[in-house]
Design a protein around this ligand. Structure first.
Ligand SMILES: Cc1ncc(COP(=O)(O)O)c(C=O)c1O
Length: 429
């Protein structure tokens, strides 16, 4: 694929555009001869196809072509940097007797010194007491939300938290789950007051309110007003029976001292009960860590079925994570982190200086929520969403692809039906 023209590969029979168009074609009557099992699956898929929201695994040939990739989660290009590869391989040299598998679940054979040491190093880096490495941040959120809220607790969650948090909350033991409008501090306060009013155990300080937020929201790219939410929480529940769980999937590596995330940037390490960092994005690896104190770690190990009944992280898996942290801790990623800031500023400046932008905005043809007030923000986030009228989403998406600009259209069911947009991530690759 080296040197392939992007527009050529897009129009190939298995290129992005053709795959998407073919995927969304409804197949009337074509499934009648299938066994019931497959027919029922195809019927469910046809509902997706009919609403043009059928997803296919497309060939992401833009990674090897001349296209500009706005989809990559490898924000710092740590996943493919030669320094990172060298650091990763050094881990194997340092531990020549490594075992490829982990040989069991964490509570039995699966625990190993290298894993424990790496967890502690990462916890220290983020200013936490302990850490628990798991297979992904999706798994981490399931583990946290199915074990930490105890019967009688109340979960209060931001309306835009990730699907994995929703899934974990659904399976949790909490007495009730209450949503508050996205990052709306006044609604947070009034919802908390309502909880206090209706939940006598919380009022009496016998049960807790557990708040779910994200440092940088995965779909809207905006930053959580964490300090303000904490202030309201302390005001309404001064006895401390309210705690926060912060998902830092999109901030680790990118913001905070040496990329340690939002909680560290704000110096709130002692105020947040649980933090989840994904290694699948800026760290350029896979997996995640759950940070908290020893009580939190023991609770997860004892009550989270997704941790208890799964094979523990193996040496190669942990080595990939550790090598990413070695580079982060060395401070050598600061140029990449600054570069992302410059790219975001360049995007906003170019947008605002474009002669058609005022008209496009006025007619609501294009909307870029983060363009409002970007100069006043202390730092930019690398996730920027651009939305248009629903009918135009795909036309503009294909147009951008044909111009070698790879963005990702986000539609129902990932977001509500009314809020289609494209998702752009600025990375320094
Ligand atoms: C906020 C948030 N949390 C968790 C996840 C899941 O991360 P992982 O890919 O490590 O499972 C994502 C994935 O994009 C995310 O955006």
């Amino acid at each position: 694929m080296e040197g392939t023209s992007h527009s050529d590969s897009l129009l190939s029979h298995n290129g992005t555009i053709i795959t998407r168009i073919q995927g969304n074609r409804v197949r009337p009557n074509s499934t009648n001869t299938l066994p019931t099992f497959y027919q029922n699956l195809e019927d469910a898929l046809d509902i997706r196809r009919a609403s043009h929201s059928f997803y296919s695994v497309v060939q992401n040939n833009w990674q090897n072509s001349d296209a500009v990739d706005f989809c990559s989660g490898d924000i710092l290009s740590l996943g493919k940097s030669p320094d990172r590869r060298a650091e990763f391989l050094k881990e194997f040299d340092r531990h020549p007797d490594f075992s490829i598998g982990s040989s069991g679940v964490r509570l039995m054979d699966g625990n190993h010194t290298y894993l424990e040491q790496t967890e502690q190093e990462i916890a220290d880096f983020h200013g936490a007491q302990t850490g628990l490495i798991v297979g992904s941040a999706y798994e981490a959120n399931i583990a946290v939300w199915t074990s930490i809220p105890r019967p009688g607790d109340v979960i209060l969650y931001d309306s835009l938290v990730h699907a994995s948090t929703h899934e974990g909350i659904k399976q949790s033991l909490a007495m009730s789950h209450v949503e508050f409008p996205h990052s709306d501090i006044e609604s947070f306060r009034s919802t908390l007051l309502e909880i206090l009013d209706s939940q006598s155990l919380v009022r009496q300080g016998k049960r807790s309110v557990i708040v779910a937020v994200e440092s940088i929201y995965s779909m809207d790219g905006d930053v959580c007003p964490l300090e303000e939410l904490l202030e309201v929480a302390r005001e309404v529940l001064p006895d401390g029976n309210i705690q926060f769980i912060v998902d830092e999937a999109h901030s680790v590596g990118v913001i905070g001292p040496m990329g340690s995330g939002l909680v560290c940037k704000l110096g709130l390490q002692k105020d947040i009960a649980v933090v989840v960092h994904s290694f699948g994005k800026a760290l350029g690896a896979t997996g995640a860590i759950i940070l908290g104190n020893q009580t939190v770690k023991s609770t997860i190990i004892n009550f989270s079925r997704s941790v208890m009944y799964t094979t523990s992280p193996s040496f190669p898996f942990v080595a990939a994570i550790k090598s990413g942290y070695t580079l982060l801790k060395s401070g050598c990623m600061s140029e990449a982190q600054d570069h992302i800031q410059r790219l975001c500023v360049l995007f906003f400046e170019t947008l605002e200086n474009h002669p058609l932008w005022p008209l496009a905005r006025e007619r609501e043809l294009l909307s870029v929520p983060l363009a409002r007030g970007w100069e006043d923000r202390p730092f930019q986030t690398h996730i920027i969403t651009v939305s248009t009228h629903q009918n135009y989403t795909y036309w503009l998406f294909f147009h951008l692809l044909s111009q070698s600009l790879c963005v990702f259209p986000v539609e129902h069911p990932v977001v509500p039906r009314t809020s289609n947009f494209w998702y752009m991530r600025f990375s320094c690759g």
